[in-house]
Design a protein around this ligand. Sequence first.
Ligand SMILES: Cc1ncc(COP(=O)(O)O)c(C=O)c1O
Length: 254
Amino acid sequence: MNQNVVKTETAKTTTFLEREALAQLHKVLYEFDEPFYKEHVQNPGSMLGLFCNGGTMANVSAMWVARNHQLGPRLDDDGNKIFDGVEFTGIPKALRYYGYDGAIVIGSDLMHYSMNKAADVLGCGLQALVKIPVDTNYRVDLDMMEERILEAKRKRECVVAIVGICGTTETGAIDPLQDMANLAAKYNIHFHVDAAWGGPCMFFFVDIYLFTQFVFHFFNLQLISFVQKKSTQKKVSSLLPTDLNAGVSSKLIL
Ligand SMILES: Cc1ncc(COP(=O)(O)O)c(C=O)c1O
């Protein structure tokens, strides 16, 4: 049955179906053009997303990707590897190599506690999770966020990612995602959106039967609670930043 999709050799059918399914979900979110999908969907060198068993795994995986990107391998002008990257060397050596004094993740006070777990398991430490106060609408204060990014520069801290929330657990509030994406682009920082709570509502706006079946299979808990909340009618993908340097975690990372 080729059910074990850990590697192509053991899943010669499902690996490709998985890539196709991820690409279809990617398109719901980002709506890139056909040539983009033709180039990337089945390309082993490309990665459009990852299925996870929950929001915690999605956040941890996204932070892992961000950390490995920010402290990644380096090549010299001739293409020779001069630094192996944090994945190989671990955090202390990587920070030393890049001249940093620590690594932090910046998001709102209302970040889900799975972000604490992410900071912990990735070796950054709980103190590395910087929580910025929210305004009266429970959205992160952008000025304070930018001020903290500048402080990190002064203190030689590596900002692994800034985290926007698409539907905070307690209030359902959505951070100013586009402005945060602009901030991330301005300082060349990875931008992660935690959409574990708000993300599934995008599927209410997709009228493809296949997706509905697929989504109900994977997201039924989230969908049910979302219906109960009777939340926003606005298409969520329009709330998500278009910046390419962004990742979205729902029950999947895209
Ligand atoms: C915003 C947010 N992120 C992450 C999670 C973690 O999701 P899970 O419980 O599926 O690990 C939740 C769970 O409620 C959440 O609301």
